[in-house]
Each structure stands twice: as C-alpha cells, then as structure tokens.
Ligand binder design. Structure first.
Ligand code: MRU
Length: 367
C-alpha cells in the first residue's frame, strides 16, 4: 500500500499567526526535503533525501538542526527506511536504520524519543506494507504534534510573563535569545522563537536581541534571518555583548530553547546558555526555557548525566574555509552546556509550566 499522497506534509502555521511560512523540512511522501541550514542566509537550497542514511548524514552535518527538527527528521528517516526495505529482510533493515539515526547526534533527547516512538509502531507491524503505511503516518503525526505544541507553549509563556489572555499592545518588552529555536529548529513556528513571534503578533514586543551564537552562528545566520523575514524587530549582538545589554536595563526576559531537560529541571541547551542564566540572575532579568515535553528526559536525574556533544575544532578555527585561528591550535568545542535548575525561573512546555523548577515541580507535571 502506498499512502504517500495522504502523508504529504508541509506545515503552514499561518492561521492566526503572522509567520511567512519558514519551514525546515517538507515531507513529500516518497522523500524528505530539508532546507540546507549550512548555507543560510546566503542561499536557500533544498536537499531531497530518499534514504534513512541520507537523513542521518544530514543530521550529523547540521543540514537540519535544533532538537525538535532533528527528532522529526529522524522519524521521517525511519519512514524512508520502510519504503526502501526489501521484502525478505525488512525488519532488520528498518532496525539498522533506527540504530544509524540514533547515532547521528547525542544531546537532544527528541531524537531518541522520536525513534522510540517509531520503533514501538514498527514492532507491531506484521508486513512491510503495513510498516510503510503506519510509519509514515506516525512520522507525520510527530511533525504535526510538534507544531501544535509550539502554538500552545506560546500561549502559556505569555501568561507566565504576566500578560493576560487578551493583552494586546500593553507594555512592550524587549527580550534576548540565544541560538535558533524558530521554525527552522522545529516542526514550524518555534519554541523560544515561537514565544517571541506571539509577543510580536500581539504587539507586545519591543525588541529582540539575538546572540550570534558562536561558533556555528545559529543566531546570526538563522535567527536574524527568520525574524527579519517575518518583520520582527531584531538586533544582532556578539555573544560577549549580552552582559552589557542586560546592564543597560531594557531586556526583561531571556528566552531560550532546550535540547534536554532532566528530572530535576536542569537544562542542556546551546553552549553559552549557562552564562546567560548567570547574567540573568545577576541583573534580575527573567530566565525562561521553552521546549516541548519531547525534550524532557525524566530518566536522567540531573544535567550531569546528559551526554554533551563535542564537535570538530574546525568549527571554531575556521568559517567556510577562512582561518580564524592558527591552523594547529587546540580547540575545546562542546556545543551544549547545562544550566542548573536553580538559575531558571520558568520552564514552559505544552503540558504546562514549571516555575522555579526542581524535582518536585518536574514530577508534578511529567510524572
Ligand atoms: O546544535 P544545534 O543547532 O542543533 O542546537 C540547537 C539548540 O541548542 C537549540 O537551542 C535547541 O535545540 C532548541 S530548538 C527549538
């Protein structure tokens, strides 16, 4: 059975929102298209993937990145594996694809969550055609649910910031964000950037300060691009300027995403997030983490248990082949850090919010 027509999915979260429709991925039924985020903002080039190994390579190489988008892509990768699987050996082939996708990046738990969900469906399938149909449907559902979660989180976040449901154009706030958490990093709309979009839609936003986010520059290459496409007022700053921006007193909230949140409320996110949380506490600025519940890992007790990815030093030494440092210099390049729960004011998910997160607050919401 081929249900590819029914399964085509390219999210357009436009009803009630002002997004220009930026998306990171498009499911075409027989293939997955990924916007090559390595080339932004200079070029908008789409890659077409027809194999699970191709998707896995794209996750490793950061064609697609951002915790939820990685999970969604991996789910589609499993659906592609089902499409490729040959009759005799289909179970082993899909299982091998799941293993390969799981090895693509270590920190964002959304990847493992999505693969486990796909695997649960897969083990219940009796034939290759059943596997193809059900795995495609499951991947599309994961994609749709992520987009829906983003929209819900935006509502909860505004409430947590003290805006009533009908607040439009009341006191405007300036916020600072780090990395890219927008439509490019998710099923559409965004987590932290979704909150920022919602503030803008309700005329509650004065200014977004976007950290450039060394070394991969998700802030300057992706966040600034995404916000400018949607006409949202953004000022780009070097990461080191964040302290001076907070000292100036205009920013009321730092809003970031997450790659993994542990049972005690510790948060792994893009390297540099921890320093921002320290700065926020010093300057009495709110620190908000926005992530779908698929980012919560109640199996890990604390941030110390989170595997932190270290990437090649070339990402620090060079940019697009241009040397930024002596060729042989040794580099430390962890791409995530852990912010302790004690520095976080509120974690927002689509299931609700946890204020002053700790193990009790997390258990109350996530069991
Ligand atoms: O290395 P990346 O670009 O995948 O890291 C992305 C981040 O750290 C994001 O802040 C996080 O995944 C949240 S995305 C909604």
């Amino acid at each position: 059975m081929n249900n590819s027509k029914e399964s085509q999915f390219s999210p357009t979260p436009s009803s009630g929102t002002q997004s220009t429709g930026t998306v990171a991925l498009r499911w075409l039924g027989a293939s997955l298209e990924l916007l090559d985020q390595r080339l932004l903002p200079a070029q908008e080039q789409w890659l077409t993937l027809a194999t699970a190994s191709g998707v896995s390579q794209c996750i490793r190489d950061m064609v697609v990145r951002g915790a939820p988008a990685i999970g969604i892509s991996a789910a589609y990768g499993v659906a592609l594996a089902a499409r490729q699987a040959t009759a005799s050996d289909w179970r082993a082939q899909i299982q091998e694809a799941i293993r390969d996708l799981a090895a693509s990046r270590p920190t964002a738990v959304n990847l493992f969550w999505a693969l486990q969900r796909m695997e649960r469906v897969f083990v219940g399938c009796g034939t290759p055609s059943e596997a193809l149909a059900r795995l495609e449907n499951e991947a599309v559902a994961i994609h749709q649910e992520d987009l829906a979660a983003n929209l819900t989180m935006a509502d909860y976040a505004l409430e947590a910031m003290g805006f009533s449901a009908g607040a439009e154009g009341a006191a405007q706030v300036s916020v600072l964000t780090h990395c890219n958490t927008g439509a490019l990093a998710t099923g559409g709309y965004g987590t932290a950037l979704g909150v920022i979009r919602r503030l803008h839609e309700k005329n509650l936003l004065k200014q977004v300060y976007a950290d450039e986010t060394r070394p991969w520059l998700q802030g300057s290459r992706l966040t600034a691009w995404e916000l400018m496409r949607d006409g949202i007022p953004v000022t780009l700053n070097a990461d080191g300027a964040a302290a001076a921006i907070l000292a100036a007193g205009e920013v009321r909230w730092i809003i970031v995403g997450a790659d993994r949140i542990t049972a005690n409320g510790d948060v792994a996110n893009k390297i540099g997030t921890y320093s921002l949380a320290v700065l926020a506490r010093h300057h009495k600025v709110g620190f908000m983490v926005v992530a779908p519940s698929t980012t919560v890992d109640m199996d890990l007790q604390s941030g110390a248990d989170i595997p932190i990815e270290e990437r090649d030093g070339i990402e620090v030494r060079e940019i697009r082949g241009i040397p930024l440092a002596p060729e042989e210099v040794s580099v430390f390049n962890p791409v995530f850090d852990v912010t302790p729960a004690s520095l976080i004011d509120v974690i927002v998910t689509e299931k609700g919010v946890v204020r002053n997160p700790d193990i009790i607050g997390m258990r109350n919401l996530f069991g």
